[in-house]
Design a protein around this ligand. Structure first.
Ligand code: C2O
Ligand code: CU
Ligand code: CU
Length: 511
């Protein structure tokens, strides 16, 4: 695919001279793309150099696999805040605290233009990795922002328009774990008992090369890989001791939905979602996790025998994507995600770490929103063989009048996936909004669509802060989202990355 950076001329054309003042700190490299330098008045607590480049990592036996990977170098800050994942294509895990000021020097060393987005973090427009800021190979972009989010697991990935799916698939993603004082007081498992689990699907050639489809149909449906990787590894085994663990899951797949369940049928104790801890733990027989969603659980291995194993599976559900080619791991099929093995007796007595109250969440209601009678309604539909939002294709700097949102307001928003209108092709769409996290108010399902819905809906965890929500075929989801602190363009899009690249993405213009 051709490399298409946004030239100075295009950028000015998009932005218009008047809008330029909002893009402060930007300049243009010799070859014309946007770059951003450090600002002397910003005093970072943590400073990191982050480079995207190609490298080879061992995934399967035999030849190493060529990937694109984020490498990080800690320039300033506590040594633990950059945690490398050995032999993985995943970038390092960043450990930040609420209130810290972060400066990241991003160097693009892959042979395409690229930009990095901090998924779930609430940052100003110029720090958000909007594709308008994509830089060409060889250029740099300096991010400077304060962590205002509450404790939770967020992530970062490339966000280059029309290339996001390919770049993330090739490896360009990593985790951000934010801690805060309130969470630290809760006495949850920490250190070696607090483990992130990134679930992704990939396909490989016989020579261990990553293979990614170029077929139109796979793009329309969303790509499904034929092998499951956890933290970048196939057949992942997690060694644990006889204790209580906090496991944090991210679905980092381009399109695949997981219906997570333990092989022995035991339920999950869910403690958190995209935006951190719930108010109280909830129990689920299974968890539905769509692309970009996170969920956190507590698992108790204290009664398990040393040597025993437990399988984490994706349980069967009614698939909605029917691929033309014979995918060996079709949507909705049952497969193993990873195995947990109890390898160690617990030396110290591990108290039952299950606090009754996990955090405080202020419930937003209709009295908090600016538009209780007129929800901002977004139709998820196919048009001209493309997935679009309200019939509009993605335009880099455009927002319609209905996408204009007043600063410091709360908006009632509805994603409508064929709840009101009949017909047409219907697929599940995990809808993501940049900026602040939102709260889900209700889900409605159109008659005739209950089959697939009922096979997944018990696994939704809707009572926390969310930045991504799975909208099923025939469903309408209503939510309340705050738009505070920053004016500017903030994306919302389908996080099925093939759909995002096709233009199933738009801007909110916060004014
Ligand atoms: Cu995780 Cu706009 O993306
Ligand atoms: Cu995001
Ligand atoms: Cu979609």
């Amino acid at each position: 695919m051709a490399d298409r950076g946004y030239s100075r001329r295009q950028f000015l054309g998009y932005a218009g001279a008047g809008a330029l003042s909002t893009f402060s700190g930007l300049s243009f490299a010799q070859n014309g793309t946007v770059v951003r330098a450090a600002s002397p008045s910003f005093e970072p607590d943590i400073e990191i150099e982050l480079t995207a480049r190609s490298t080879r990592v061992p995934i399967h036996d035999g030849p190493k696999t060529l990937v694109w990977k984020f490498h990080a170098n800690l320039l300033k800050g506590p040594s633990g805040c950059v945690e490398h994942i050995p032999d993985s294509y995943l970038g390092p895990i960043f450990h930040f605290k609420t209130g810290q000021k972060i400066r990241i020097h991003f160097n693009n060393q892959i042979p395409q233009h690229c930009i990095v987005h901090w998924h779930g973090l609430h940052v100003p427009q110029v720090m958000d990795g909007h594709p308008m800021y994509a830089i060409e190979s060889g250029n740099s972009y300096v991010y400077e922002f304060e962590i205002v989010n509450r404790a939770g697991m967020y992530w970062y990935h490339s966000h280059t328009h029309e290339l996001t799916a390919k770049q993330v698939y090739s490896g360009l993603a990593g985790l951000i774990i934010v801690n805060d004082e309130d969470e630290a007081k809760r006495g949850l498992p920490s250190g070696a008992k607090d483990l992130p689990i990134v679930i992704q699907d990939r396909s490989f050639t016989a020579e261990n090369k990553l293979s990614y489809t170029s077929h139109m149909r796979e793009h329309m449906m969303g790509f499904l890989g034929e092998e499951i990787l956890v933290n970048g590894k196939p057949d992942f085994q997690l060694p644990v001791s006889q204790g209580v663990y906090r496991l944090r899951f991210l679905n980092g797949s381009n399109s695949r939905i997981y219906k997570l369940g333990w092989g022995d049928g035991s339920p999950f104790t869910v403690i958190g979602t995209d935006g951190g801890l719930l108010e109280k733990p909830v129990s689920r027989r299974y968890i539905t996790l769509a692309s970009a969603e996170r969920v956190e659980i507590l698992v108790d291995f204290r009664d398990k025998k040393v040597g025993s194993t437990q399988t984490l599976k994706s349980l069967p559900f009614q698939g909605m994507r029917h691929m033309s080619s014979g995918n060996t791991l079709p949507e909705g099929s049952e497969f193993s995600v990873m195995t947990v093995k109890v390898t160690e007796e617990s030396k110290a007595l591990d108290p039952a770490q299950l606090p009754e109250t996990l955090s405080k969440i202020d419930r937003l209601g209709l009295s908090d929103v600016a538009n209780p009678e007129t929800p901002l309604s977004i139709a998820l539909r196919m048009r001209r063989m493309n997935w679009w939002l309200n019939g509009e294709d993605f335009e880099m700097l455009a927002a319609t009048p209905s996408e204009r949102v007043e600063l410091n307001s709360h908006q009632l928003i509805q994603f409508d996936n064929g709840f009101q209108t009949r017909g047409g092709m219907r697929l599940p769409h995990p809808m993501h909004m940049h900026g602040q996290q939102f709260q889900i108010v209700k889900r409605e399902i159109r008659r005739g669509y209950q089959g697939a819905y009922n096979s997944l809906s018990e696994g939704f965890v809707d009572n926390g802060w969310k930045d991504t929500v799975l909208v099923m075929p025939g469903e309408r989801v209503t939510m309340i989202k705050p738009f505070e602190d920053f004016k500017g363009l903030f994306l919302y899009h389908c996080h099925n990355l093939e759909h995002e690249d096709m233009g199933m993405m738009r801007n909110f213009n916060v004014v």
